[in-house]
Design a protein around this ligand. Structure first.
Ligand code: COA
Ligand code: ZN
Length: 302
């Protein structure tokens, strides 16, 4: 048996990565009820919204209103996605203490997503991260398309390592290696995480996995075996990426929690309360959610 950790940290990205991909406009009050239900379930970090251009992601155009009503006494860390200095200023005004910047290992992807090359985005983020840290904020950095890009195809490992190192050296404290289109297999995780971990401490590397091809949980286990302890997930398996057509949701938080519970690895998350949070958003979306655990618990509820 591999030497598995006693505890892991789940980063809930459903309110951002999940809801940004839902065609339906969810009322701000419903988003807040969802977010606070996730917090009540014990999730330690929640990516609540983003401060991108409202025309790029109209689903999250109410981010200022969401932020204004977040429970600031919550025992969890609120995080918001920021694409540039304007987004940083909006996040500062909204009271966030943690932001996430996002680039990719593929120019074709960043050009579509944020209208910059990877190099331009790193230049932009160097200044964003510096200003954020001056404002006493902490910063996560996403490396999207770390395995396969929907436009450029297979990604070279060295490119992922270079971008991760740039984000780390500019002051990001967590690097989220992201399988944006959910195409990776455990051997890809071993190759890429192995190479990134030669340059960066393992406990500052997170895995952000989508489940398009049904490999996400296998990839989580591959990461665990290598020493990764930080995993992104979205309640119910919500999610996708509007700039990666066909990409389906993030690995479902319920499915991760079940897996870790069953393996005796602590998450601090209550599966029943998490199910209640997912139900709330399933009702608002008027559809079933892809999570296996959500479907199982839903059936058990009759
Ligand atoms: N929030 C609100 N408005 C913004 C903004 C932000 N973060 N960044 C730029 N703008 C506004 C500018 O003020 C400017 O407004 P004006 O025309 O009234 O002067 C306008 O947008 C154009 O600014 P520019 O810097 O040229 O931006 P752009 O049009 O090149 O768009 C991004 C770049 C990054 C802002 C946009 O592509 C974006 O928000 N992408 C995010 C996509 C995303 O969230 N993807 C999913 C996450 S993986
Ligand atoms: Zn994602």
């Amino acid at each position: 048996m591999a030497n598995l950790p006693d505890a892991v940290h789940i980063i809930e990205v459903g309110p951002r990565d999940g809801l940004q991909n839902e065609p339906e406009q969810i009322p701000t009050e419903t988003k807040l009820a969802f977010i606070h239900a996730l917090q009540a379930a014990g999730l330690p970090t929640i990516e609540a919204t983003s401060f991108v251009h409202p025309k790029a992601i109209p689903q999250l155009a109410d981010s200022g209103d969401v932020a204004a009503q977040l429970d600031q006494h919550a025992n969890c860390t609120w995080m918001a996605l920021v694409p540039n200095e304007k987004g940083l200023q909006r996040a500062i005004d909204a009271g966030f203490k943690r932001i996430a910047v996002f680039t990719a290992a593929s120019d074709a992807f960043t050009e579509k997503n944020i209208r910059m090359s990877v190099a331009q985005s790193l230049e932009t983020f160097a200044s964003v991260v510096e200003q954020a840290r001056t404002a006493n904020m902490s910063v996560r950095g996403y490396v999207s398309t770390a395995f396969v890009c929907p436009y450029a195809g297979e990604i070279e490992t060295s490119k992922v390592v270079d971008v991760s190192q740039s984000l780390w050296s500019m002051g990001c404290d967590e690097i989220a290696i992201s399988d944006t289109i959910g195409a990776a297999a455990p051997t890809d995780i071993q190759r890429v995480i192995g190479a990134v971990a030669e340059q960066l401490p393992m406990d500052h590397i997170a895995l952000h996995l989508h489940d398009t091809y049904g490999t996400a949980l296998a990839n989580v286990y591959a990461g665990l075996e290598m020493g990764v302890t930080r995993f992104d997930a979205a309640a119910g398996g919500l999610g996708g990426c509007p700039y990666a057509l066909g990409a389906s949701g993030n690995v479902a938080t319920e499915d991760l929690v079940y897996l870790f519970d069953r393996m005796g690895i602590k998450t601090g998350v209550d599966l029943d309360k998490l199910f209640a949070a997912s139900n709330l958003i399933a009702t608002a979306l008027k559809r079933d959610l892809p999570s296996k655990q959500w479907q199982r618990l839903r059936a058990a509820c009759g």
